[in-house]
Design a protein around this ligand. Structure first.
Ligand SMILES: Nc1ncnc2c1ncn2[C@@H]1O[C@H](COP(=O)(O)OP(=O)(O)OP(=O)(O)O)[C@@H](O)[C@H]1O
Length: 282
């Protein structure tokens, strides 16, 4: 009996010891998990630096009578998808033009992809190497072929003509238009032209794509295709995407929606967690 009791006590002690070890393991695992989570956050912080830093940006037209931007403060992280929304005349396009160095601010600072755009220096280099533009009126050149349009931004680089053509065809393939490469843009539909504009915007492997109303003139089915393309490109290439739109349903697809009013940022809404499993409605 005594022996049995002793054995039992030993067994209970062993079980207790095992439980203690298991509990310690659980605690260690959860501590390790926490450390890993913190490491991810730290790693994310290292990877996702600000690619855009804007402070107190102001821009007036008509000798100061029209205040298009009235003190914009905005940071955008590398690889972020941001939409800018607001009523007509609120300053959206002016802000996008500043981001692409298509216009110069009156005051404030604007730093994009390591270039200080307030300094008015190396802006051609910045535009050709760092930025891809997509406009509502896609600006394709009508009298050259689709593939030649896509090659235009590549002339700044060092690719041979053969490599330019190969890359342009690959980009057209990625937007589903390889078979239209040899025809003139005038023979394409609005949606197809916009997809060519997306391919062309990617041609110089930019850090940032600036899109001004990329679906503005398109029907909802074609808009869906364009938005799918933009989303795909943003996710696969980790390109920072900044898109101006009037349409809140389109704006909400972004990680963050910036609402602009009277040249100022009214509100910034983070959608990144909501949009992880997003499907775009046609
Ligand atoms: N080149 C210019 N010369 C004079 N005024 C301008 C110029 N560009 C913009 N503006 C004015 O600056 C303000 C902001 O214009 P902006 O084009 O940025 O607005 P928006 O929000 O993009 O408008 P929309 O949605 O109608 O395109 C408007 O009052 C506009 O009339």
């Amino acid at each position: 009996m005594v022996k049995n009791d002793l054995t039992k006590t030993n067994e209970i002690e062993n079980i207790d010891e095992n439980n203690k070890n298991n509990n310690n393991n659980d605690i260690n695992n959860s501590v390790n998990k926490d450390i890993n989570i913190n490491k991810d956050i730290n790693e994310n912080n290292i990877i996702k630096e600000n690619i855009v830093e804007i402070k107190g940006l102001e821009k007036s037209y008509e000798k100061g009578n029209i205040k298009a931007l009235n003190g914009i403060d905005l940071d955008i992280k590398e690889g972020e998808f941001v939409s800018i929304i607001g009523p007509s005349g609120s300053g959206k396009s002016t802000l996008l033009n500043m981001l692409g160095a298509l216009d110069i601010a009156d005051s404030g600072t604007i730093n994009v992809a390591g270039y200080d755009l307030s300094k008015n220096k190396n802006l051609d280099e910045f535009r050709s190497k760092k930025i891809g533009f997509i406009f509502q009126l896609h600006n394709l050149i009508p009298n050259i072929s689709v593939v030649e349009n896509v090659e235009i931004p590549m002339f700044e680089g060092k690719l041979s003509s053969k490599d330019r053509r190969t890359l342009a065809l690959k980009l057209l393939d990625s937007v589903g238009l390889k078979d239209k490469a040899k025809i003139k843009p005038t023979k394409l539909s609005g949606g197809e032209r916009q997809r060519v504009a997306i391919a062309r915007a990617l041609a110089n492997d930019p850090s940032i794509i600036l899109a001004d109303e990329p679906t503005g003139s398109l029907d909802s089915r074609t808009s869906k295709k364009i938005l799918d393309q933009l989303n795909k490109m943003h996710k696969e290439k980790n390109v920072t995407l900044i898109m101006v739109t009037h349409d809140m349903n389109v704006a909400k697809l972004a990680d963050r929606v910036i609402e602009v009013l009277d040249g100022k940022i009214l509100k910034s809404t983070d959608n990144s967690l909501l949009n992880d499993n997003i499907t775009i409605e046609g």
